[in-house]
Design a protein around this ligand. Structure first.
Ligand SMILES: Cc1ncc(COP(=O)(O)O)c(C=O)c1O
Length: 390
């Protein structure tokens, strides 16, 4: 496999050797300028949509602080994520809780924080809100399947749209306010067609339905799924969002539209830099063992089905090679077939687009610590590099 990079996302201007001298390897370089830029690009492509950054994609204090200052709202799913937001004094009015399945203590933790918008997609979940019905508003999550998404979330969550009237009637009978609808077309959606079809299906339901107090529903949450260009094919976000904008323009004027993007905002903001710690010749290939791997930042290759662009900082004639991680397990292979120049111990491997679902899903298997996140261009009050994600 020959990797042709840098792409538009890769900044060759970083002084990798010096960064490594200061911080050591491996590291995830977080460029807060890129993060702000991604937020602004999506906000410009969806001008009438309030963005709630999906914290799960990159639960890091500097990421949250940068986005807070850029004007983002936040999508949370667990009490742990709430703690992260509280630590950054993010006002609860700027949050929604979107996990469709919650324990009572999770609901109470969110309400104690001040978050009052929740998501539900089944009657058991709906009934959990009976004690809190005076204080909360729910979004009903509808399922739309998407064969073109890398992770089709409708397999696990969402109510079939034909069952929505029954759910809404039940909520009305229980006196629980359904203030709107939500959906998530699946992560890394390859085209906007499913977003468009979902918006159109929800429009009819929004028009027909009234909440428990007789008021029309007023919120449509169009989820996440906005894609990143891992393969360097060129997916301009403005063009991707154009049909979505058209579909949104046809909604009744009283509908407030929100979205929960994670990957699009966070992925381009981090670049993984790992160093070679061991070398072996096996089966006519050179194996390079790195200090980060599939149990670490490259865990997205397993959980998120991601394939990151990977290349060596060194240039020169290339040879069939394998990149493997530092643990003792044989699943810990990052790239089984990659052409690389001859490398020595200490040489660097660079992988851009590694800001979403990477550190977030990394483990510490074999007691290999999670890779440190080193911010650059960050808000001044917390520019100290943080070794852990929290
Ligand atoms: C409820 C919810 N909202 C938002 C997101 C973020 O989606 P993406 O990173 O595809 O934009 C996810 C991802 O799994 C999710 O489950």
């Amino acid at each position: 496999m020959t990797v042709t990079w840098p792409s538009t996302y890769f900044r060759s201007t970083y002084d990798w050797e010096n960064l490594l001298k200061t911080h050591g390897a491996p590291l995830l370089l977080l460029d807060c300028d890129t993060l702000r830029g991604q937020y602004k690009k999506l906000a410009a492509a969806l001008p009438d949509v309030a963005l709630y950054f999906a914290v799960k994609s990159s639960p890091n204090a500097m990421v949250l602080e940068t986005l807070k200052q850029a004007g983002s709202n936040f999508d949370i799913a667990t009490p742990g994520e709430i703690k992260l937001l509280e630590a950054r004094s993010i006002p609860p009015q700027r949050t929604i809780h979107t996990h469709p399945i919650k324990r009572d203590i999770d609901i109470r933790a969110s309400m104690r924080y001040g978050c009052t918008t929740f998501v539900a997609d089944n009657l058991t979940e709906l009934e959990k809100f009976i004690p809190y019905r005076e204080r909360v508003g729910l979004l009903l999550r509808i399922a739309f399947s998407n064969a073109d998404a890398v992770a089709d979330l409708s397999k696990k969550f969402g109510l079939a749209i034909e069952d929505a009237p029954h759910f809404i009637a039940k909520a009305k009978a229980l006196g629980i306010r359904i203030k709107g609808l939500s959906f998530h077309v699946g992560s890394q959606s390859k085209n906007p067609d499913v977003h468009v079809a979902a918006i159109q299906s929800c429009a009819a339901l929004l028009q027909d339905s009234r909440d428990s107090r007789g008021a029309p529903m007023s919120v449509l949450d169009i989820g996440g799924g906005f894609p990143i260009d891992y393969e360097g094919r060129g997916i301009p976000i403005d063009a991707f969002c154009a049909p979505i904008r058209t579909a949104l323009a046809a909604l009744p004027k009283n509908i407030h539209v929100i979205a929960e993007p994670g990957r699009f905002i966070a992925a381009p903001a981090m670049t993984c830099v790992a160093s070679v710690i061991g070398i072996a010749e096996r089966n006519k290939k050179t194996w390079y063992y790195l200090d980060d791997g599939v149990y670490g930042s490259f865990s997205g290759q397993v959980f998120d089905h991601a394939r990151y662009p990977i290349f060596a900082l060194k240039t020169g004639p290339t040879f069939p090679s394998v990149l493997a991680g530092p643990t003792c397990d044989s699943i810990d292979i990052i790239a089984p077939d990659i052409d690389l120049p001859k490398l020595g111990v200490g040489d660097l491997i660079i992988a851009p687009l590694m800001g979403a679902y990477t550190s977030a899903t990394a483990t510490e298997f074999n007691f290999v610590p999670k890779t440190q996140i080193v911010p650059v261009n960050g808000p001044e009050q917390i520019t100290q590099p943080m070794r852990r994600i929290v």
